[in-house]
Design a protein around this ligand. Structure first.
Ligand code: MG
Length: 381
């Protein structure tokens, strides 16, 4: 029996992780849950999964929840509460599915407690990949990706020698604006972007998918997860989202992982690894599948992708600036405060403004994150 804590249990990935646990009660048990503020949903989850500790990030909400459920479960709050759930002695695996740089500290502390990290929060590796991977190695903590592309790469790497990788090829759906002209995209509103063609995801990641920033962040994430050189990560647009990603080896053979797009597959692989377990996800039906297509991304229409490559190339604190600026800009775009191309425009401005440096601690990275978010807010005003 593996015991699991979920950070971000009321979000899209968290709910699907609980789906997996629900389907495999004989294999998994919930140790702790953490969420930002959705206490109604948390209350249902407590009822169903009976965790030991539950963290609600917003303190007022934590108090309301504690009042409702009495002493049945320990309720904690704030970053301290999040850290308590991340480091619970009884938990074997921590699913990190909170959105944004808030995932950084809890991931780091869980690593230091030698937990297995099932990582869905890409920002953690984007802003502090070097530090996180260094600590994971030092403490012998395993990091298993949940992001579908990285799970695919992880699966394609099983039994293979990392030295034989010639290239990692991440697939991108291309987002809802793939076939739009630049002029039309310029006027696109958040609600257009929220109609994602193949994946059902949270709001922030859906916007990131429409700008291709999601893929940019994934390139950076892949660099840290798989420790490959800069020129060895490519992106191809594959709108059907059936090939979840590929690895090309030195003999030019490509191994890919395929399946119907459903996040429960990578989530359950991260939880059951190194074993494979049954799933209720639909099988591929080759009669219905039709054509699979692959094209290169249009970097003129989607400048966020080259910006991410540039941030990775610069390294140091630059990916943190890219990510922090993007977080704020996506929030503004969702509120219809800025246009689509303001996102790359202000990210680039922030990157020009920032002087990247080599960081040693999480605090330094969080300082940069805070700086860039404030800087962007002031620029937009
Ligand atoms: Mg992904």
């Amino acid at each position: 029996m593996k015991k699991i804590s979920i950070l971000g249990s009321t979000g899209s990935i968290g709910l699907q992780a609980l789906d997996v646990v629900r389907m495999h009660r004989e294999k998994f048990k919930i140790a702790g849950l953490a969420a930002l503020e959705n206490i109604n949903r948390l209350e249902e989850q407590i009822e169903e999964f009976n965790p030991e500790v539950v963290a609600v990030f917003k303190k007022e909400k934590a108090e309301v929840l504690a009042g409702r459920i009495g002493r049945k479960v320990k309720i904690v709050s704030g970053m301290e509460g999040l850290l308590e759930v991340a480091t619970l002695t009884t938990a074997d695996i921590i699913v990190v599915s909170v959105v944004g740089s808030i995932g950084l500290l809890p991931t780091l502390e869980a690593i230091r407690c030698k937990k297995t990290i099932a990582l869905a929060n890409k920002e953690t590796l984007v802003v502090a990949g070097e530090l996180i991977m260094g600590e994971a190695e030092k403490y012998g903590a395993e990091i298993i990706p949940i992001d579908s592309e990285h799970s695919a790469v992880f699966q394609c790497l099983q039994g293979q020698d990392v030295e034989n990788i010639s290239r990692i090829i991440l697939t991108a759906s291309g987002g809802p604006f793939k076939d739009w002209t630049r002029d039309k995209i310029e006027k696109a509103e958040a609600r257009d972007a929220l109609k994602h063609p193949t994946w059902d995801m949270g709001r922030k990641i859906t916007i990131d998918s429409s700008t291709l920033m999601n893929k940019g962040l994934e390139v950076i994430e892949a660099k840290w997860l798989f420790n490959v050189g800069l020129g060895k990560i490519d992106v191809v647009v594959h709108p059907q989202s059936v090939v979840h990603s590929m690895v090309e080896y030195r003999d030019n053979s490509i191994i890919s992982q395929m399946g119907i797009p459903d996040m429960r597959v990578p989530i359950q692989y991260a939880l059951s690894y190194p074993k494979r377990i049954k799933s209720s996800v639909k099988k591929i039906n080759f009669n219905e599948l039709g054509q699979l297509t692959f094209t290169l991304p249009d970097t003129e229409k989607f400048p966020c992708l080259p910006l991410a490559y540039e941030a990775l190339k610069t390294g140091r604190t630059m990916p943190c600036v890219l990510n922090g600026a993007n977080e704020i800009l996506v929030e503004y775009y969702l509120q219809d405060k800025i246009g689509f191309y303001d996102i790359p425009k202000f990210i680039e401005k922030a990157m020009i403004k920032h002087e990247p440096f080599i960081y040693k601690t999480v605090d330094e990275v969080l300082e940069v994150d805070k700086w860039v978010k404030n800087w962007v807010k002031n620029e937009i005003k």
